[in-house]
Ligand binder design. Structure first.
Ligand code: FAD
Ligand code: UDP
Length: 374
């Protein structure tokens, strides 16, 4: 069969571009994925207990982009859901991002004075990255920062990345800033929700188009000479595409341990973080996120960060830091020299710590600028 486009990877990046190619450019598209399912790392499924779980870790959708929200809303109805997280700190469950309620819980009688100091230091800000707050001139502000750094960020970051916070791009810890209010939502984005029938159903609808063929359990190297295509978008790991010619790019991986219990939910919120105790970073209880009401019990995933070995573990997280950017540059040169006609995009191909909406945004822009406009 001859196609206009081959899309490698059926995650958010690949599926978004495939849909637009078929719908807006009248192209015939083959989408392949080496896994036996759609949706990439956003894949969800009903487990053996009847609970809808996210196989590759908890996914909460959030975006400020009306365009991305509208695009995805064509393929799903939504269950309104705002993610909330607590961290276990010195025997208490306190809000993360660390906010004024966390201040009350951790500093008792000193909290009102410290809250005033924070408000005075940052009169116009809703939040501050922890690494910035640590450098503030005011001693009370630094005291709060030091506490949050020691109790929320340092241990968690060591576990998650096997690196201290200062050895990562500041953007990593800035994802979860100190919040200068009592708002305990994890994200402040305008649009926050989970797909009503799950992420996988959303993907099924997005790829349900007469000009799109999907082949699962099919890696790029499995395609034979029967299939031809004029152009290719590759959304897998960029180092794997070149057979690791410049050495494997560093990733962090994860191991999930499911725990099932009959009856209602057991955590106060979807996610409880354990910055300092245990080898795991967080426990997620999916029913809070999905709003599922017809399950006999509740499944939680205990999440252990682990080292990544290509071919053995999943490359879940690119590791944002300067030396890895330099490493990525070497692959960018290979792309230019050896694969100038292949498009590379997505969390793995760009080696960028994208959220789902950023993957969709990247894909929509790629179509507009480099495909439709190119
Ligand atoms: P992927 O989803 O990784 O899809 C790439 C696909 O390519 C994969 O399915 C892979 O099997 C396939 N592939 C790779 N190589 C080949 C090959 N050679 N041949 C065929 N197929 C191949 N984002 C949020 O917005 N909110 C969250 O709460 C959130 N939580 C997350 C939690 C975890 C643990 C992780 C790891 C990520 C989370 N994300 C979250 C990020 C989200 O998963 C990504 O932004 C999104 O999945 C990226 O989509 P993608 O299509 O670029 O990549
Ligand atoms: N982080 C932390 N403590 C927390 C939550 C987050 O130190 O309780 C830091 C940690 O470095 C983490 C990063 O902030 O990797 C980003 O957290 P986020 O929840 O965005 O990570 P993800 O959901 O992508 O795993």
């Amino acid at each position: 069969m001859t196609y206009d486009w081959l899309i490698v990877g059926a995650g958010f990046t690949g599926a978004t571009v495939a849909r637009r190619l078929a719908e807006d450019a009248g192209q015939r598209v083959l989408v392949i994925d080496r896994r036996d399912h759609l949706a990439g790392n956003a894949f969800d499924e009903v487990d053996e207990h009847g609970v809808l779980v996210h196989r590759y870790g908890p996914h909460a959708f959030h975006t400020n982009s009306e365009r991305i929200w509208r695009f995805l809303s064509r393929f799903t109805d939504w269950h309104p859901y705002e993610h909330r997280v607590r961290a276990e700190i010195e025997g208490q469950l306190v809000p993360v991002p660390f906010n004024f309620d966390a201040l009350d819980a951790c500093f008792g009688a000193d909290a009102p004075r410290l809250e005033r100091a924070l408000r005075a230091a940052y009169p116009d800000q809703v939040h501050v990255p922890i690494l910035k707050m640590l450098e503030h001139a005011d001693a009370d502000v630094r005291r709060v920062a030091r506490y949050a750094f020691d109790h929320v960020f340092d241990g968690y970051t060591h576990k998650q990345w096997a690196l201290p916070p200062h050895d990562l791009d500041p953007s990593v810890t800035a994802r979860v800033p100190v919040r200068l209010s009592r708002d305990d939502r994890y994200f402040l984005d305008t649009y926050q929700a989970t797909p009503k029938d799950g992420f996988t159903a959303l993907f099924r609808r997005m790829l349900d188009h007469p000009s799109i063929d999907v082949r699962l359990g099919c890696a790029l190297g499995d395609l034979g000479t029967d299939d031809r295509w004029r152009r290719m978008l590759y959304t897998g790991p960029v180092d794997a595409y070149f057979d690791y010619a410049e050495g494997p790019l560093p990733y962090r991986s994860l191991r999930f341990e499911p725990i099932y219990q009959d009856g209602p939910t057991v955590q106060p919120v979807a996610q409880v973080n354990f910055p300092n105790a245990h080898a795991y970073t967080r426990i997620t209880e999916f029913r809070h996120m999905t709003g599922q009401t017809d399950a006999p019990g509740t499944t939680r995933f205990v999440e252990y960060p682990i080292a990544h070995t290509p071919g053995e573990t999943e490359p879940y997280y690119p590791i944002p830091r300067p030396e890895n950017r330099a490493h990525l540059e070497r692959y960018a040169r290979l792309v230019a020299q050896e694969a100038p006609h292949v498009l590379f995009a997505g969390r793995l191909a760009d080696y960028q710590y994208y959220n789902m909406d950023q993957a969709v945004g990247r894909a929509l822009a790629l179509f507009d600028k480099e495909i439709a406009g190119g």
